[in-house]
Write a protein that binds this ligand. Structure first.
Ligand SMILES: *Cc1c(COP(=O)(O)O)cnc(C)c1O
Length: 406
């Protein structure tokens, strides 16, 4: 059944754990080298008593796939190992995981949530439409600003919600400090750890209560699956998360779980290469005359550089954003349309490099004035750097920049 890995994983490094975690779950007459995809909606019960015992939790086993499925459980177990969690629940998407995390953390009518102002667009919508309409008080705060954060904590929220690295400006949030402040204020902290992945950050170690992922991004890593996870060190919170998945039916299917788990095994290899490529690319962009500003936490000029270096152990992620020197939409179009290797796609974290234009996608719903207020101009380009060879990525960006303003 879902849960934590055996203790041997505690002694292994991240790469070893990623390659092996979860796979111990299948035993029996023969043991396949990979967890099978259990395309079963339910499970035969060997006897009347077994039925009673399995439902009761007195006997390990599976009875119905909305409650638990061995392929999904293997993924959940692996994510628990990599995040240092006691329990993980897989969901049909990142948004389903985020919704479940809010409910499990106790967000109810009359309660208050303080969320990072730069959070993912649809998370913002979830809070402002879905939860606010039910009577939840929602406040967005610049959580990189210590005094704004302290003021918000003083309002005694039920939940504090933040993203380790913000989108698309890649601001770094001080998760250990914010989680401690939230705890002192009586709030639970929910962290969206999608951008750094557990390769860079394991927020549970820093006191986060629930860590969520869009597994669609780095965990899956191949652009072939939609999924989400929510992990916690608290078994009771884990139970509440699972109840959300089971009752709302927002569970991940076994085929999707298998793809996520397959992707997860190479997370450390992919991230290593992607972080390295991103760092080289950010340095190259910084010296380019057609680039006004580069947003990458690995650069010394980034306001979160020192914090990121401390939190992520000298690695800085694989997302790079930059402002074109000529910040007009028509120039951004010239840049993007000239690219041959880097594909325009409103997603990220794939092993291939992707480009995204926030004013047309994630921040489309804001007016130009609202975008300007959060620092997103018409010259902003966001790159999700892939595993390709760095010189090829740079060549393509050079091609894009050469097409600007001609
Ligand atoms: C993509 C994304 C989500 C939403 O995940 P889905 O799998 O698309 O539902 C949430 N948070 C962040 C940071 C994301 O990048």
């Amino acid at each position: 059944m879902p849960g934590s890995e055996p203790s041997r994983f505690e002694h292994w490094g991240f790469g070893t754990s990623a390659a092996h975690a979860g796979e111990h779950l299948v035993t029996g007459e023969f043991q396949p080298t990979s967890t099978p995809i259990y395309n079963a909606s339910g499970y035969f019960m060997p006897s009347f008593d077994a039925l009673d015992e399995v439902f009761d939790g007195r006997r390990p086993g599976y009875f119905y796939s909305r409650n638990a499925n061995p392929t999904v459980a293997a993924l959940e177990s692996a994510v628990s190992t990599l995040e240092g969690a006691a329990d993980t629940v897989a969901f049909a998407s990142g948004m389903a995981a985020i919704h479940a995390a809010f409910v499990a953390a106790g967000l109810r009518p009359g309660e208050r949530v303080v969320a990072s102002r730069d959070c993912y667009g649809l998370t913002r919508t979830l809070l402002t439409s879905h939860f606010a309409e039910q009577g939840v008080q929602v406040q967005f705060v610049d959580l990189t600003d210590a005094s704004e954060a302290a003021e918000a904590m003083a309002t005694r929220p039920r939940v504090v919600y933040l993203e380790t690295i913000s989108n698309p400006l890649l601001k770094i949030l001080n998760v250990p400090a914010l989680a401690a402040a939230a705890r002192a204020a009586g709030a639970l902290t929910v962290v969206d750890n999608t951008f750094p992945s557990p390769y860079l950050a394991r927020p549970i170690q820093w006191g986060a209560d629930i860590v969520v992922h869009s597994a669609t991004k780095y965990l899956g890593g191949h652009g072939d699956v939609t999924g989400g996870t929510a992990s916690t060190a608290d078994p009771e919170l884990g139970g509440r998360l699972r109840r959300q998945a089971v009752v709302l039916g927002s569970v991940l299917g076994p085929n999707e779980a298998w793809l996520c788990h397959r992707g997860l095994k190479t997370l450390p290899l992919r991230m290593k290469q992607q972080c390295q490529n991103a760092s080289v690319l950010a340095g190259w962009l910084s010296g380019h005359s057609q680039v006004a500003r580069v947003y990458y936490p690995g650069l010394g000029c980034h306001p979160g550089h020192v914090l990121a270096a401390e939190m992520f152990g000298g690695r800085f992620g694989a997302m790079v954003s930059f402002d074109l020197a000529d910040p007009r939409r028509v120039v951004a179009r010239q840049f993007m349309d000239a690219l041959e290797l880097i594909a325009p796609a409103p997603t990220l974290g794939d092993l291939r490099s992707l480009v995204m234009y926030p004013p047309l996608a994630s921040h489309r719903g804001l007016t130009p004035a609202q975008r300007a207020e959060v620092g997103i101009g018409d010259g902003l380009i966001r790159l999700s750097v892939g595993i390709e060879d760095a010189p090829d990525i740079i060549d393509d960006v050079r091609r894009g920049l050469a097409a600007c303003g001609v």
